[in-house]
Design a protein around this ligand. Sequence first.
Ligand code: NAD
Length: 528
Amino acid sequence: MSTIVSRSGEAKSSPSLYESSMRLFLETTKLLKLDPRVALELSEPHHEIMFTITVDINNRLIEFTPEEYAQQGKDFEDLLESHFDPKYYKILASGNVSFQPRVFASSDASIRAGVIRLFGRLYHVRGRQPEQLRCYRVQHNNIRGPYKGGIRYHHEVSLDLFKMLAAEMTWKTAISAIPFGGGKGGIRMDPRNYSADEIERISSRFMYKLKPFIGPNRDIPAPDVGTNSVIMGHFFRQYSDGENEYHTLRGVVTGKDARIWGSEGREMATGRGLFYCIEEWLRHRQSPGPDQLIAPDKVSWKDVDFIVQGYGNVGSAFARIAVQRGAKLVAVNDRDGTIHNPGGIDPEDLQEHVSSATNVKHSVEGYSKARSIGLDEFWRLNAFLFVPAALGGIITAEVANKLQVKLVAEGANGPCTIEGEEALRERGIEIIPDIIANSGGVIVSYYEWLQNNRQEHWSEAKVNERLSDTIKSNYNIILDIAANRPRRTSEFNSAQYTTGKTHDMRMAAMVLALRRLEDHYKLEGFSQ
Ligand code: NAD
């Protein structure tokens, strides 16, 4: 049914994303003189799973290309405008339209030679047809617990990308001190070009094929780019349908809606965790010293004006929390546009614009209370903070040299290229690395899994308090490793991880991850 691909993986150009991302791992294994067996165990994913799914796609109206308008437009000049009942169709981001056949029973439609005129445009009418999609799940490492990581629906995913992201989950779960390993997967598709019922069929078919490889104690997916709590609900239903003790399986997927045993606070958790990390960063700068830190609620956010790339789950949640605390959102870039208002943008109001049903691209573009600007202007804006919360690899050296901010807090996974990071460092722009900055999502996923296993439901206040304690103590351990400051406080003990040298935050985080992983291999040993 599925293919487990050998370690050689897909044909790839060199160096691959995975190889580039493992440079820091290799440097840190040398620094720590990590046991060679442990280093090898961690250097490649345990499983690389690839398969295809075939799904029936609804009827489509496919818009004429510019050439077709030029060559055939005249033939349809007298074709009457049709009117569709909005209940039965959806305009997709591509401009095409997905529709149910019953639209013809309840609408006023004129078709000639398979062509229809709607909203003043010409479309070919295409019947329901099957489509094949490529799917992936990479299980990197499970020495600390079940593989854990998101499912991404995006048109530019690859095995190489998922290998990189799965390994990052191994480091992230170790840093977060939660009993999980690392995994990642998804489907190569642009979800904005499918209707809700198509997404449900695609997600169910994907889970039908993925089921043999996952489980609540084996591998636990969650949302990532292009997926959400609705899709997690479909995953759970497909996974558990027909199982007698299905209620024991709820922990097979996290990021579910809180009404179906998801966790309170999960939706906002990644943005909230990012907020806590930046709060710690500010707290250290606004305090007399690391041993005399001011209380978190005394941290001032009033000089924090910020720009965000990506206004999806992570970007919008962070913006809402930070603005509530006194920060100012001045610009947002997403896949389809960039907006700027130096006087401040109301994140709740922007969220309404982005999620409105008529905004088919769910973009910040067209928001009336801010000015539309170009990407180059966005990069050069003067602000305190930049939060990348979209895709990886966007901070190249060129972008880094344009940025006029003091701090980059990585909401997205892997937003800096190696050259981009070097350029930021040379320019004295500090970075809070993704591995800790966006770990809030997986930490609250762990709480969801715990609640599912114990058949409990925690309050949002309890979730947020635990998240705050966990992420802040891990952040402070990383900070101590970076500053070579061994300490044992009532909240944490960094003395067991410092190396006798100072490091940047990203390497300090990797030191923490590798030490925690190595402990398992060393103390449990290897079976033969
Ligand atoms: P999402 O799908 O909810 O939102 C993605 C946003 O990125 C959208 O606003 C989209 O327009 C924008 N975007 C996509 N391509 C872009 C491009 N080329 N240029 C500019 N903007 C672009 O995704 P999300 O869940 O918010 O995830 C965002 C990032 O955070 C990803 O890197 C993801 O891996 C990471 N992350 C997410 C979570 C989580 O809990 N959702 C947890 C940890 C890390």
